[in-house]
Ligand binder design. Structure first.
Ligand code: DLL
Length: 434
């Protein structure tokens, strides 16, 4: 089923016309109501009247996270505070929180965007959705919550944590949809196994995963453990929260809500817009947000886009899985490595489980990489020879596929840290260990 065929199946020309008129309106509102944007546009010598085509978007300078911090908390509002009905914030990994505000209309639009993404992954009014994202300032839980209610599904706002209770609720309440991060889906499945409960036998049939990346291999592992179809969705607090894009059941990229966002891919070094299909940094302009519009926001996320129509019948532009964030790309002895590449190697190796950690240190001015991964079968511990062979196999694969030499440490099942939200699997201690 398609929630909003008029938009989701519109031809490219119709979408582009809608985008242009909303972009013009957004630039005008930002220029007239947000001093920061007035200054930025004045400095670049642009007025709202200069936006005559979608191509003119290129002329507008980027907005970066620091701009949001510099105007903390309300400096980027384009409406009076009396129009604001909700405030969220993201703490991010460094620095002060970024604040995001919504008008009543923004919340409506947010729910509409979410409804489309939920329906495209197979959700309907007959579902019971267990929302295992942390409720609070984080946008994930309430975003999905309102989207679920919009389509008429029953919502269980259980929040994250208390993992045994999650499993109990899945069983007792007959939840049919799980909403969580991929890491938490994995964690819940570990706990279910310890409780002797087979998730695949429960009514849960869909997992809507988001808020962090995960490889196709990890996705397959989650589907296997849960007996579900697991799709992924993407978004970020600054521009709305979840709701920017999501996968349909074909899982060939995430469909972008193009009537709310214009997505560009740029070269992170030069800032040049790259042609369709090229990999680069995702830049998002909100074109249907009223409290706090953002022009050309640099997300730091790496992806590519295509406008090829999808087999599902939707015509929207799709973005590929996020390869990583440009700021978590690891430069290891001069080689660029994304943690997702390490994950892929591990998940393609028999004998180890999907929980791992990457530790970077520096010794004698040389980067050292240690990959700690859990073995998935205790009986391996009885044979030193087999353990040796397993760690050698992982080492060789890393060397072949990523061109890096790593030290492999095999850990006991369930010995590594588990995550109820976004995982932090990489510890970069290079600054501290020189
Ligand atoms: O994580 C919004 C969200 C909530 C999206 C729930 C989907 C589901 P933030 O906490 O501001 O917002 O973090 C945004 O998370 O820039 C990406 O780096 C990362 N991220 C979000 N979704 C994905 C995804 C929410 N599907 C940051 N794949 C973004 C990879 C993702 N990374």
């Amino acid at each position: 089923m398609i929630w909003n065929p008029e938009i989701e199946q519109a031809d490219r020309k119709t979408i582009q016309e809608l985008q242009l008129s909303r972009l013009q309106d957004t630039v005008k509102r930002a220029y007239e109501n947000v001093p920061f944007y007035r200054q930025t546009l004045d400095k670049a010598g642009i007025t709202p009247d200069d936006i005559k085509s979608l191509d003119d978007l290129k002329k507008i300078p980027f907005t970066v996270k620091q701009d949001m911090r510099d105007h903390y908390p309300y400096g980027l509002l384009a409406v009076p505070m009396s129009e604001v009905v909700r405030i969220h914030a993201s703490s991010g990994t460094t620095g002060s929180a970024t604040v995001v505000a919504y008008t009543k209309e923004d919340l409506e639009i947010w729910s509409e965007c979410m409804a489309r993404l939920i329906v495209m992954s197979g959700g309907s009014k007959d579902d019971i959705a267990q929302i295992a994202f942390g409720y609070g300032l984080f946008t994930g839980a309430l975003g999905l919550h309102y989207g679920m209610e919009k389509i008429g599904a029953a919502v269980i706002p259980i929040s994250s944590g208390n993992t045994q209770r999650q499993v109990q609720f899945l069983k007792d309440f007959g939840s049919t949809i799980l909403v969580s991060t991929p890491s938490y889906a994995l964690y819940i499945s570990d706990v279910a196994a310890q409780m002797g409960i087979d998730l695949a036998e429960l009514p849960v049939r869909i997992a809507l995963l988001g808020s962090e990346g995960h490889t196709e291999e990890m996705n397959a592992e989650i589907e296997r453990r849960w007996g579900v179809i697991a799709t992924e969705n993407y978004g970020l607090s600054e521009v709305m929260g979840p709701g920017v894009s999501g996968e349909c059941l074909f899982k060939e990229g995430m469909h972008i809500n193009e009537d709310a966002f214009i997505v560009e891919i740029i070269d992170p070094e030069t800032g040049q817009v790259l042609p369709e299909g090229s990999e680069g940094e995702v830049v998002i302009t909100t074109i249907n947000k009223f409290a706090q519009p953002l022009l050309r926001y640099r997300t730091r996320d790496i992806s590519s886009v295509t406008t090829e129509p999808c087999r599902c019948g939707r015509t929207s532009m799709r973005m590929s899985k996020i390869k990583g964030r440009s700021d978590d790309m690891l430069k290891i002895r001069g080689v660029n490595v994304f943690p997702s590449q390490i994950e892929r190697v591990l998940l393609n190796t028999k004998g180890v489980g999907p929980s791992y950690e990457v530790i970077l240190t520096r010794k004698n001015f040389t980067d050292q990489v240690e990959v700690v991964v859990e073995i998935d079968d205790m009986s391996l511990l009885e044979s030193y020879g087999e353990l040796e062979a397993l760690s050698r196999r992982i080492q060789e694969k890393m060397q072949q596929e990523l061109l890096i030499k790593v030290k492999v440490t095999l850990a006991n099942p369930m010995s590594l840290r588990r995550y109820e939200g976004k995982a932090r699997r990489v510890r970069d201690l290079r600054g501290e260990t020189e």
